[in-house]
Design a protein around this ligand. Structure first.
Ligand code: GTP
Length: 427
């Protein structure tokens, strides 16, 4: 077995480019044996096919999506991949994921938001690296990827999931080192805090040990504790998406400056449709603040659905602009931008929301007593929103306007308005 392992490792690792395993006398790991088995199976199949004169099937071509970052959801069956995708990107209530059917083929979702990206949900039973009958076109899958999200069910035995993840990381390290691997240790709802951390530690150690046994150091692997039943899944996706944003540092600097000038406790730039925050200021992470702001975005979105986002007929518009107001809808709003404010009852800290464009909203938690300084705060926020709009101009020009229903609705002045100045006053 030891010599077979060595032969396998010579074939799998290119000595000119790959570091050798530090100690070949060690027992081969599960991932290494797995890799070797896959290699041997493929080699024997090719030889058999050549002998039998059978034509080797062409790799399955997966259509390219040029320029769009792609998030791949992979992991064992029933680990929760489709649930994550449905809850985050399609607003499916978490309880309804109980009725989701097992995914039979790769599900591709194109999402038009502040930037266009794709989410690919892989069926748990498919191993893209070990599918000899129908080999996958690896370049088409991993060529333009933004991140690989590996979902592990923390409520189940995770050893096989970890072994498959290790094999996947080793494959990717050979040809696609740039790919960020994000491990979602999922379904942690109902687990105690200590137990969650124990599981995270155990999985991290298993992966790190395995990788360092194979001579792979500093692989880009990150870990997140997630559940669809709380905000942790949105928080984790926020971190994943943030890595895809060019010049994130500048966005963070803008928000940090705004917080300092306006004495905000925390500011987030939200993608309103998914409630993913794409940037925040540099103060330490605070889950409670994120939850409050995220719930606030939800309230505003619900308002939009009730009052603001539908297309009004010309007759309706004429009626709204007629008596007793006798002015154009655009002139009936209190301010030209969407804005909403609410004072938190517990600590007297106001929350402010301002639409940046139809996909993004700036949400900030102010400090106690800031409400009296609203004129200065508004001025500063105006400048920042203008800056952010310019920042996203390039991305915005690529968006398809039909993909997402109306902008954020805000309450203020003489009616309920959406971000583009359309008034609906309930008449
Ligand atoms: N407790 C808990 N259950 C979850 C969570 N996420 C998903 N589930 C449940 O896990 C089960 C499987 O979820 P799916 O999303 O179908 O799993 P999948 O990974 O897509 O499965 P395949 O399509 O077979 O690969 C469902 O019953 C979900 O309700 C979670 O965060 N917590």
């Amino acid at each position: 077995m030891a010599s077979a392992f060595r032969r396998g490792s010579e074939a799998l690792f290119d000595p000119s480019t790959e570091p050798r395993p530090p100690c070949v006398s060690r027992r081969p790991s599960r991932a290494m044996l797995n890799l070797h088995r896959v290699y041997e199976q493929n080699r024997q199949r090719v030889q058999q096919n050549l002998k039998d004169g059978v034509k080797v099937p062409e790799p399955i071509a997966v259509p390219h999506a040029k320029g769009k970052p792609r998030l791949l959801l992979m992991g064992q069956r029933r680990s929760g991949k489709s649930s994550i995708s449905s809850v985050v990107f399609h607003k499916l209530p978490p309880n309804e994921t109980l009725f989701l059917e097992s995914t039979a083929r790769i599900q591709k979702d194109s999402l038009n938001s502040f930037m266009e990206f794709q989410v690919w949900d892989f069926p748990g039973q498919i191993d893209v690296f070990d599918n000899p009958a129908f080999p996958f076109d690896m370049d088409a899958i991993f060529g333009e990827i933004g991140a690989l999200i590996w979902v592990i069910d923390a409520q189940d035995d995770y050893l096989e999931a970890v072994a498959r993840l290790n094999a996947t990381i080793l494959h990717l390290q050979r040809s696609y080192q740039h790919i960020n691997i994000e491990v979602f240790i999922h379904k942690v709802d109902g687990l105690s805090d200590d137990y969650k951390l124990d599981i995270q530690r155990d999985i991290t150690i298993r992966i790190q040990d395995e990788l360092s046994d194979q001579g792979v150091e500093n692989a880009p692997v990150n870990f997140h504790l997630t559940s669809i039943y709380n905000h942790s899944i949105f928080e984790a996706f926020s971190k994943v998406i943030q890595k895809l944003i060019p010049r994130l540092g500048q966005l963070e600097a803008i928000l940090t400056n705004l917080c300092r000038t306006c004495r905000f406790e925390k500011a987030y730039l939200f993608d309103v449709n998914t409630k993913i925050y794409i940037a925040t200021d540099s103060t330490p992470e605070d889950m409670a603040s994120y939850e409050i702001c995220s719930d606030y975005v939800d309230v505003i979105i619900d308002f939009t659905e009730v009052y603001g986002s539908w297309q009004r007929t010309p007759e309706w518009r004429k009626r709204l602009e007629g008596p007793p107001w006798e002015q154009k809808l655009e002139d009936q709003v209190a301010c030209e931008w969407a804005e909403s404010g609410m004072v938190l009852a517990d600590a007297q800290r106001p929350i402010m929301l301002r639409e940046v464009d139809r996909f993004l909203a700036l949400v900030a938690i102010m400090k106690e007593g800031s409400y009296e300084k609203m004129p200065q705060i508004n001025m500063n926020v105006d400048v920042v929103v203008k800056g952010l709009t310019e920042f996203f101009e390039i991305t915005k020009s690529k968006m398809t306007p039909t993909a997402v229903p109306g902008g954020v609705t805000a309450v203020g002045g003489n009616g309920v308005m959406n971000g583009h100045g359309v008034v609906g006053d309930g008449r």
